[in-house]
Design a protein around this ligand. Structure first.
Ligand SMILES: Cc1cc2nc3c(=O)[nH]c(=O)nc-3n(C[C@H](O)[C@H](O)[C@H](O)COP(=O)(O)OP(=O)(O)OC[C@H]3O[C@@H](n4cnc5c(N)ncnc54)[C@H](O)[C@@H]3O)c2cc1C
Length: 393
């Protein structure tokens, strides 16, 4: 891999850095993962999203003709580096920008693209993802939510679970079973459903962090116009896989280097008798190991990047990165709690908590990424079968 950026890439960096500098007063700070929303938080994110969009910086991956920049892989990396450097991030405002937009660009009819893409860019319409069901998660194709044809409509009945941001969403992209007789990957269709349609109920689910991030969504005789079908009827699995591909290609770095730097600061402050935790060689050795692991992950991600830049099909690096980075984040959080001892029991924003209680929050939140976007056990299976050549489990 060539570690040098081209002049074009450096110009891209300079342009975005200058834009960020001018607009930083609108930026939302990097959020603690799976933290509860504070008053005004969602609105602030929407404002930042819209400001980014005004500058053409909210959907840089999308092709230019749809309002993006057609950014290259390296420009994507530069984009996120610059956001992080400025202490901000692309705000989470539902799944329109990262998932549905790119899926519609690939599969949508001209009319669907015209109708939906502009309002994703402006955050006038917020999208949630209706995939998982109470009995269909890792085995997603086991989904049972039914859609039956009735004239110009589908009538949908069933329920979706763990639906992030459904309580903010105007629309949901939904996987439904349209042919119960077909083999399970065959009779699935992909629908776009207005959340205001009669028959939809959203019930909150509170995570162990205390945050209300996701929901269960119920559908009772919900009428969906047939023009909201994406791809062909019963062939929605292909469309669903496209969305999953975009979900899995989102970065797995999770700010590990920053977390380790904060851990060092914590170790320097936590008292061990008359000295600090940092004076203990066992503590320093453990933190050094985290640094080594994070570096190894960084170079593994460069390997993945090299494959992408050469136009090769994705290798096993994606599974390795997902598995190892989420587990490293868990280990870092667990070690911080060891350092904190009983202080680690104090919840976020407790008056006596060190670092505002963010480490106990991170410990609880670190479990989520080991589950979504393909659980870590599923990643173990993929590595076992495709890399190590082990028999199917
Ligand atoms: C924070 C968060 C946000 C989410 N947001 C959304 C969302 O917006 N929309 C949405 O649709 N879903 C969402 N999900 C759901 C997520 O996609 C599922 O939780 C995930 O696919 C796992 O499915 P499941 O929970 O049904 O667990 P299951 O698939 O039932 O798995 C239970 C356990 O069994 C293991 N297991 C299952 N199959 C195998 C196997 N073949 N081999 C070995 N082990 C196996 C799993 O690894 C897991 O440990 C979210 C999840 C989380 C944690």
């Amino acid at each position: 891999m060539d570690f040098n950026y081209t002049a074009e890439d450096e110009a891209f960096r300079a342009e975005f850095r200058a834009w960020l500098h001018k607009n930083l007063q609108y930026a939302t700070p990097i959020r603690e993962p799976l933290a509860d929303e504070e008053a005004g938080d969602w609105e602030a994110r929407i404002r930042w999203h819209r400001k980014l969009n005004e500058g053409g910086w909210v959907a840089i991956n999308w092709p230019k003709e749809y309002g993006g920049r057609g950014a290259s892989i390296l420009q994507n990396i530069i984009y996120h580096e610059e956001l992080e450097r400025a202490g901000t991030e692309l705000p989470f405002t539902g799944f329109g920008i990262p998932l549905l937009g790119p899926t519609l660009i690939h599969w949508g009819t001209p009319e669907q693209k015209r109708r939906f893409l502009p309002k994703i860019l402006t955050a006038e319409e917020i999208w949630c993802q209706g995939y998982s069901e109470p009995n269909a998660g890792s085995d997603l194709a086991a989904l049972q939510t039914r859609a039956v044809e009735d004239g110009d409509y589908f009538i949908v009945n069933g329920s979706k679970i763990w639906t992030s941001a459904a309580h903010h969403a105007d629309w949901i992209f939904l996987l439904v079973r349209t042919d119960p007789e077909a083999p399970k990957h065959k009779g699935i269709s992909y629908l776009l459903v207005d959340m205001k349609t009669p028959g939809i109920t959203v019930r909150p689910l509170v995570q162990m962090t205390g945050a209300h991030g996701f929901n269960q969504v119920f559908f009772e005789d919900v009428r969906v116009p047939k023009q909201n079908l994406v791809g062909a009827k019963n062939e929605g699995w292909q469309v669903a896989l496209t969305t999953l591909m975009f979900e899995r290609s989102t970065g797995h770095d999770r700010g590990l280097a920053k977390q380790i730097a904060e851990l060092v600061q914590l170790a320097r402050r936590v008292r061990y008798g008359s000295t600090t935790a940092w004076e203990s060689s066992a503590v320093r050795q453990q933190i050094a190991q985290f640094v080594l692991d994070a570096e190894a992950l960084k170079y593994t991600s460069y390997r993945q990047l090299t494959r992408q830049l050469k136009g090769l099909p994705p290798g096993p690096e994606g599974s390795m990165l997902k598995l190892c980075s989420t587990e490293l984040a868990l280990r870092i959080a667990a070690f911080a709690l060891e350092l904190l001892g009983t202080y680690g029991q104090l919840a976020r924003n407790s008056p006596f908590a060190l670092d505002g209680g963010k480490w106990s929050q991170r410990m609880l939140a670190a479990r989520g990424p080991t589950i979504y976007a393909g659980t870590n056990q599923i990643q173990h299976n993929i590595i076992g079968e495709r890399v190590l050549g082990l028999p199917k489990g």
